[in-house]
Design a protein around this ligand. Structure first.
Ligand code: NAI
Ligand code: PHE
Length: 347
């Protein structure tokens, strides 16, 4: 199901995509971006929502998959506060009309403060600020999950521990920055790229080597960690990527279906993003639906490495791409949970 709306006053268009409610209400963040066309926004919402279905299922979380996309009339930084407030309020009205079949949360260009604004109009919001009783930012936990996934991938690829490996992180935002700190503490040598000068200044101050944003796909490394936007690896890039493994936070890292097969053929071990970046979902759903404390959230997040190892085992046994193996595991988990009647309603 897809809900759309256009607001003439601000020029914003809204998409809420419900991909699956088989395991529970559809959940997935609100992404705000300036898209080339409304058709692009619709396509993005569809792909992001189905990635959420896979993420919840493979992580054994009692939620379905959905996503919201707000197609902004300009870049986020160029939207004034009053316009932004109206956009959020209209979006909250759209969410509320779905009566709990869809729960949102933060995603690219939205944060806990924005979730507080949505919550003035609708209850169906994860990731409000701690002051408002929400679980706050999920970024650190996402970074922790990607870090655990990176260690498991390095081991499976025969690279050993992260100590001494070259890790290239694209995007040093809330997740990529946390990942940089964790990987560096584990002994990795970091190459980093961002388009934001403050983040690059932080990276230089932390002793990491900065490379140009346009050099990322041609720079040799042991592990490539895409932590900016999705769609970064298509068939052409997969055919020449100078890395041994890919493990990142970005949703939908692979731009097309053949990229996964090409990576496999070239011996580049790809850790499927909807497995590796589930730390944010563990944080939000764990704290706000399942009543977990921080320790339990971290425990589940660390176990992302076990799920990933299961994915690699299926991929090896069935001689199939890791992405295909992860989808298979997610589908199996959906069938098992549905048969067991395991869905749990949110608060
Ligand atoms: P963020 O907005 O804090 O960071 C993104 C960073 O990427 C920014 O520093 C930005 O300047 C940089 N960037 C943008 N375009 C770039 C380019 N072409 N080259 C290099 N750097 C570029 O976002 P956040 O929260 O760190 O999320 C990163 C990715 O992880 C997103 O794709 C998001 O959907 C995904 N993700 C985030 C989760 C979370 O809990 N925050 C959970 C699951 C996935
Ligand atoms: N947007 C984040 C993700 O892609 C966090 C999130 C998880 C938001 C679950 C809402 C629900 O995982």
């Amino acid at each position: 199901m897809t809900v759309t709306r256009h607001d003439r006053e601000t020029g914003a268009s809204f998409v809420i995509r419900l991909d699956s409610t088989r395991l529970g209400p559809a959940a997935g963040g609100t992404r705000a971006a300036h898209y080339p066309s409304f058709a692009d926004a619709l396509t993005d919402a569809g792909k992001l929502a189905s990635a959420m279905t896979l993420k919840m299922a493979v992580s054994n979380l009692p939620m379905g998959g959905g996503k919201s996309v707000i197609a902004l009339p300009a870049q986020r930084n160029d939207i004034d506060p009053a316009t932004w407030n109206r956009i959020l309020t209209l979006h909250a009205e759209n969410i509320d009309k779905l009566r709990g079949n869809y729960w949102t949360g933060p995603d690219v260009n939205t944060n806990s403060a924005d979730m507080d604004v949505l919550n003035e109009t609708t209850d169906y919001v994860f990731g409000r600020s701690l002051e408002r009783g929400g679980a706050g930012s999920s970024a650190y936990n996402t970074a922790l999950g990607v870090f655990e996934a990176m260690k498991a991938t390095a081991r499976h690829r025969g690279l050993g521990s992260l100590d001494g490996l070259t890790v290239l992180i694209q995007g040093l935002g809330a997740v990529g920055g946390g990942l940089a700190t964790l990987a560096s503490a584990a002994g990795a040598r970091l190459l980093v790229a961002d388009t934001d000068s403050d983040r690059l200044a932080w990276a230089r101050g932390s002793g990491h080597t900065v490379i140009g944003a346009d050099e990322v796909l041609g720079t040799a490394c042991d592990i490539f960690a895409p932590c900016a936007m999705g769609g970064i690896i298509d068939s052409a890039t997969a055919a020449r990527l100078p890395a041994s493994a890919v493990v990142g936070a970005a949703n939908n890292i692979l731009a097309d279906n053949t990229a996964a097969a090409i990576l496999r053929k070239r011996g580049i071990l790809y850790a499927p993003d909807f497995v590796t970046n589930a730390g944010g979902a563990f944080h939000l759903v764990g704290r706000e639906v399942l009543g977990w404390n921080e320790e339990t959230v971290v425990e589940h997040t660390r176990r992302i490495s076990d799920t990933l190892t299961e994915v690699f085992t299926i991929s090896d046994a069935e001689s199939t791409a890791t992405d295909t193996a992860a989808r298979l595991l997610a589908r199996r988990r959906i069938e098992t949970s549905v048969q067991a009647g395991a869905a749990t309603a949110p608060r």
